[in-house]
Ligand binder design. Structure first.
Ligand SMILES: [Zn+2]
Length: 166
């Protein structure tokens, strides 16, 4: 079941400063950068490890710093240890020091707009409800949401600060 294809490592990239400034100013990605995000998410998908489900997923996360992190789903023979692509990408980002994010693109091989699972929505909302989520089809068409639309009335770190009753 397992694949041992050697994949040349790539370093995570950075969004060009002028592009980042425009995103920060407008709160939106340009059409050109949306295409770039699709390319990045597709590249992440190619690096997934999904020998059991054969359901490859890639995620590309853009941090407010401009850093880009790619993540693929990583499955395990102990199925419960499997991690989704979005979690891989966010864990890479957070463990490298980024905690605020602008957008995440998700790509699969399926001719449908596959949306992050419930666990990933909760995982991502920890780092902000305003993240723009792109669900890409293999042809590059997409649906776009705010994370707060995918997980309304969410529970987050702010709730832990609330005073407790008796
Ligand atoms: Zn997930």
């Amino acid at each position: 079941m397992s694949s041992s294809v050697a994949i040349k490592p790539i370093s995570n990239g950075t969004v060009p400063k002028d592009v980042l400034d425009e995103i920060l100013r407008t709160g939106k990605l340009s059409a050109a950068f949306e295409k770039e995000l699709f390319t990045l998410a597709s590249e992440a998908k190619n690096r997934s490890y999904a020998p059991y489900s054969k359901f490859r997923v890639g995620a590309a996360v853009i941090a407010t710093s401009g850093n880009i992190y790619l993540g693929g789903n990583v499955e395990s023979a102990s199925y419960g240890a499997t991690r989704c692509a979005e979690q891989t990408a966010f864990q890479k980002a957070v463990s490298e020091g980024d905690r605020r994010f602008l957008a995440v693109g998700v790509a699969t091989d399926t001719d449908a707009f596959i949306s992050p699972c419930g666990i990933c929505r909760q995982f991502m909302v920890e780092f902000g409800k305003g993240v723009i989520v792109y669900n890409f089809k293999p042809d590059g068409t997409f649906k776009r949401y705010l994370l707060s639309e995918l997980l309304p009335d969410s529970f987050g770190p702010e709730d832990l600060d609330r005073p407790r009753g008796q």
